[in-house]
Design a protein around this ligand. Structure first.
Ligand SMILES: C[S@@+](CC[C@H](N)C(=O)[O-])C[C@H]1O[C@@H](n2cnc3c(N)ncnc32)[C@H](O)[C@@H]1O
Length: 278
């Protein structure tokens, strides 16, 4: 573990991929995110972890909202300008305003979306993700990103992997420690989709947070939050996009990616980009 990581197991006690236990006494990333977005699907441990973190990093709330807004703009771009009709959304989170299928189907009703998450609380709310319009379709997979076979095989039943797919991994890869080789995981997923597919990622950025703040934050969460949080450099995040061409404006803070006029001002601690597979 490096100083950039808060410890916790993301799967089994031995670190292997697996579904998360449903444990309300330990904070979960999905429920902390829900709390920061103003949702109701969170428990005392989640709220306490967020409130403790906010003392060191008050811009965390802005970061989370800016990340969610990036999701909306990225999917709008993918379904609109890029003409994508198939989405694989890994690390879905608890349903909130503007889920991927709602944004995509508002532009292209025939859009098909496969959602993937490994948290039982997300599974419990999956019905809200299965409200596809009749022209399109949605599916939910209870699976761990580290087990790509458990995602790609069932996803291929709803999505046609001979046609372009947009793979979205927003605010998930910073929960995958280096020991699980997140770059190899992303490469395996992108190998399964054809040229002309897209990859959208957002990720906690080391340079975007003062080192002292980062240490205090991770120290506060150490042992209290289920997932590891791994801040990565801009260069490490850029490497996820190997084999793709980044669409404008490239790899930037989440609030800087094609912002809508009048978007809230602030400074997030998240990098993001969208790349097109060569
Ligand atoms: C912060 S939420 C992001 C939700 C959504 N992507 C967004 O950006 O608005 C991250 C989600 O990733 C999920 N997650 C973390 N590690 C995962 C893994 N190894 N496999 C599947 N899901 C994972 C968490 O359970 C959580 O629901």
């Amino acid at each position: 573990m490096t100083s950039d990581q808060a410890s916790a197991s993301g799967g089994d006690a031995d670190g292997k991929a697996g579904s998360l236990p449903f444990d309300t006494s330990v904070a979960h990333q999905a429920r902390m995110y829900d709390y920061l977005l103003g949702g109701k699907d969170n428990y005392a441990a989640d709220r306490a972890a967020v409130e403790a973190g906010l003392k060191f990093f008050p811009d965390m709330a802005f970061t989370v909202r800016a990340n969610r807004a990036f999701l909306g703009r990225a999917v709008t771009y993918l379904a609109g300008e890029a003409g994508i009709r198939q989405f694989l959304d890994i690390g879905t989170g608890i349903p909130a305003a503007g889920n991927t299928h709602q944004v995509a189907q508002a532009i292209a009703p025939e859009s098909r979306v496969v959602y993937v998450d490994y948290d039982p609380i997300v599974l419990a709310h999956a019905r809200a993700l299965l409200t596809s319009g009749e022209a399109g379709a949605t599916e939910y997979l209870d699976a761990d990103l580290r087990d790509t076979g458990a995602i790609l095989e069932p996803a291929s039943r709803l999505l046609d992997f001979t046609k372009p797919v947009a793979v979205t991994m927003l605010a998930i890869l910073h929960s995958i420690p280096d020991a699980d080789d997140p770059h190899a995981i992303v490469a395996r997923v992108m190998d399964a989709v054809p040229s002309g597919s897209y990859l959208a990622i957002s990720h906690a950025g080391s340079e975007l947070l003062d080192p002292e703040v980062r240490r205090s934050l991770l120290g506060t969460w150490n042992g209290k939050v289920q997932q590891q949080l791994v801040y990565r450099t801009r260069e490490q995040v850029a490497r996820f996009f190997d084999g793709t061409d980044l669409v404008e404006p490239g790899l930037v803070r989440v609030e800087e990616w094609r912002p809508d006029p009048g978007s809230p001002e602030g400074h997030s601690a998240g990098w993001c980009a969208v790349g097109r597979k060569r």
